[in-house]
Ligand binder design. Structure first.
Ligand SMILES: [Zn+2]
Length: 160
């Protein structure tokens, strides 16, 4: 059995008139996130971590934001495509650990649902996906409520 680790990081700015989608869960808030797709910053970080672990580049290479087909794309569908590419290389997701960095809104009520939604696309059980939320104690761009950042680490296993 061999192991491969990958990490992902993403940031999106808050914008008016947009939905706030994190880990495939729509969260009620007065602002959403700006982006070409649904701007699901958490799912993007997970996609990049999975791609990185498999040595498959990054999300921008697979789903360019210059392509109309990815406008307002459901990022969970992008994750499903990423996982399919990784499975095709003989890797399986062992576990995912992710952190969402946001001053607002409070995310605790939605964490479990995010884990369930991500796990379904990652082909794993919800216990293999951990999502955490934190603030930066009002410091920096997330602290000034300008946007949301997300980080993710993924471990892949390769069956011999
Ligand atoms: Zn993104």
């Amino acid at each position: 059995m061999s192991f491969r680790i990958g990490q992902g990081f993403d940031v999106h700015a808050f914008a008016e008139g947009r939905r706030l989608v994190l880990g495939g869960v729509e969260i009620p808030h007065n602002l959403g996130l700006a982006g070409h797709s649904d701007a699901d910053v958490l799912t993007h970080a997970v996609c990049d971590a999975v791609l990185g672990a498999a040595g498959l580049g990054d999300i921008g290479r697979h789903f360019p934001d210059t392509e109309a087909q990815y406008k307002d794309a459901d990022s969970l569908e992008l994750l499903q495509k990423v996982v399919a590419a990784v499975l095709a290389k003989g890797y399986h997701v062992s576990n995912v650990d992710a952190t969402v960095i946001a001053e607002v809104p409070k995310l605790a009520p939605y964490i479990e649902q995010m884990q369930t939604r991500l796990a379904a696309k990652l082909n794993v059980s919800a216990e293999q996906v951990n999502v955490k939320a934190t603030t930066t104690e009002t410091l920096g761009f997330t602290g000034r409520r300008e946007g949301i950042a997300a980080m993710a680490v993924v471990l892949l296993t390769e069956a011999p």
